[in-house]
Design a protein around this ligand. Sequence first.
Ligand code: FE
Length: 197
Amino acid sequence: MSARDFSRLHQGNIVDFIVDIFDRRGADSYLGEAVTMSQHMLQAALLAEEAGAGDDMVTAALLHDIGHYTNEFPENALEQGTDNHHDKAGASVLAPFFPDIVTACVRHHVQAKRYLCATDPDYFGRLTPASVQSLGLQGGPMDETEIEDFRKISNLDAIVQVRKWDDTGKVAGHPTPPIAHYIPVLQRVVEAFAAKN
Ligand code: FE
């Protein structure tokens, strides 16, 4: 089933829709990095799994960059869905189907990099050259006021943790399970969210 066949996303097709994006678009380059987009997101998810993270966190790691594909999502799911704002765009398209902790990690993963650059002395040195370059476009390290505001955001620990998996999941040739491995995880998260909403 092609993503374009969906006239409307709902709880019953959102997981297939996401998997289809990985299948069709996963080989897209991840600008300036040594891995493709799907390799990167799968590596981040695997790091979460290896750390013993629960379904929500594995999902957040897996989907943190889905906003690069928001042009795949039907309708006017997002108003600000440009690739320049892939963090906010990704969170917008996931919000109807995934819990706050997942969307928060997606929404704030770029800001979390700015936060960590300002607060963790070792962090900057671990960024890839491409990530250092994009930092400038993203506003550079946070200033004191921004740090203070960022610390008030709920799910801060989760957001920071996903960011670290994001930064680490950029290793050329590092093997991961295929996206199919994560289908049951995504389904559990979507179903648990739907049951509560
Ligand atoms: Fe990323």
